[in-house]
Design a binder for this molecule. Structure first.
Ligand SMILES: NC(=O)c1ccc[n+]([C@@H]2O[C@H](COP(=O)([O-])OP(=O)(O)OC[C@H]3O[C@@H](n4cnc5c(N)ncnc54)[C@H](OP(=O)(O)O)[C@@H]3O)[C@@H](O)[C@H]2O)c1
Length: 342
């Protein structure tokens, strides 16, 4: 027994990880449908390492009536067409795109941070998953906010190319190879060469000179963690395949020493504190690939402000930043709102 579950975008980076994680966590599935566009209809995808394979169906022709939930990772344009159709048919949509995140009638959920907010999902039958950089940051900030009330956050991100989908990963691979054999490394997906380079630009520019990715970190953090928290972000694409890193400076209302922050973070849900203050005593993106945790390292006092802390935070953007968080939302939905699966 279990739920009738749809994974839409099952051929993509996030969709494939959602299938892996549903299998790993033995999510109670009575029936599974895997969907994508007409481009990949009929292809087969693996259900994790279970040995089971599923055939991709075209989302255009799929009738969601009678299905319990659909985990979407198909980009905003296709989501705009299909999410309302699935939701209206009674199939709850858990969406990875940015389309509904700031809709006041759609809960934006990180289960370790604001699980209770999921109760508002019935207004539209849609639940949003935050941006990958926001998700890991709020997991790290939540226990500090609970202990000392965060006033302001300054964050610089180091975001991997998998955050830009399959095309982003292909571009880093092709450019690296071309450079080694002396061929031109022309950008197509990114705005400049990404191999052996960094690009301080993710998503489109806004009127105030910031980018939409930076804006997302500001507004999504407020929606999830607290409207009063001020955030300023600089989002940078780096030549890493998987794993986003963040250098975070935090200003709090109340005093919290680095030592006390380490103690709190060590016990906090979803966090793995690795902070040895010696060569290699911290986590880098290569080590977080395939992991569930948000890793925190380099916790130290920031004496340039009253009640300041600085830390380093790393997580697998395809997992906590997308697929894992979506599956955790599905688990939360099941526990709090759906008929028992067994
Ligand atoms: N990558 C991340 O770190 C991350 C984090 C948070 C959120 N997200 C969001 O998750 C979504 C997917 O990202 P991704 O990285 O997995 O991208 P991706 O690797 O490029 O995969 C895109 C997926 O969407 C499907 N798709 C595209 N257009 C479609 C359409 N018109 N109808 C049905 N399916 C369609 C593709 O199917 P075909 O094979 O048929 O083309 C593919 O399965 C995006 O909204 C992205 O913003 C990504």
């Amino acid at each position: 027994m279990g739920y009738r579950v749809v994974v839409a975008g099952a051929t993509g980076n996030v969709g494939r990880e959602m299938l892996n994680i549903l299998a790993e966590r033995e999510f109670p599935i009575a029936e599974l449908a895997v969907l994508a566009s007409s481009r990949s209809t009929g292809e087969e995808v693996d259900f994790g390492e279970t040995g089971r394979k599923y055939k991709i169906q075209n989302i255009e022709h799929f009738d969601p009536t009678g299905w319990d939930m659909a985990l979407f990772a198909i980009g905003s344009e296709a989501t705009k067409v299909h999410a309302p159709r699935f939701a209206a048919a009674g199939c709850t949509v858990i969406d990875n795109s940015s389309l509904y995140r700031m809709d006041p009638d759609v809960p934006l959920i990180v289960p370790e941070v604001n699980p209770e907010a999921i109760d508002g999902y019935k207004a539209r039958n849609i639940i949003a998953n935050p941006n990958c950089s926001t998700a890991q940051m709020v997991v790290a900030l939540k226990p500090i906010h609970d202990a000392a009330t965060i006033k302001r956050v300054v964050v610089a991100t180091y975001q991997s190319v998998s955050g830009a989908g399959k095309q982003g990963m292909d571009e880093l691979f092709e450019q690296s190879r071309n450079i080694f054999v002396g061929d031109p490394a022309l950008p197509t997906k990114f705005t400049k060469q990404i191999a052996f380079n960094v690009i301080p630009h993710i998503d489109s520019f806004l009127d105030d000179g910031s980018t939409k990715e930076e804006w997302k970190m500001v507004v999504e953090t407020k929606k999830i963690l607290g409207a009063k928290i001020k955030v300023v972000a600089t989002c940078v694409r780096v030549p890493v395949f998987v794993g986003h890193s963040e250098a975070i400076n935090i200003e709090m209302e109340n005093e919290l020493s680095a030592e006390d922050a380490q103690k709190i973070l060590r016990e906090a849900p979803g966090i793995m504190l690795i902070d040895k203050r010696e060569d290699g005593g911290y986590v880098t993106p290569v080590e977080c690939v395939g992991e569930y945790a948000t890793f925190v390292s380099r916790v130290r006092d920031d004496s340039t402000v009253e009640n300041g802390l600085a830390l380093w935070c790393v997580s697998d953007n395809l997992r906590k930043g997308a697929a894992l968080n979506a599956v955790q939302i599905a688990e939360l939905l099941g526990r709090r709102h759906l008929k028992k699966a067994d």
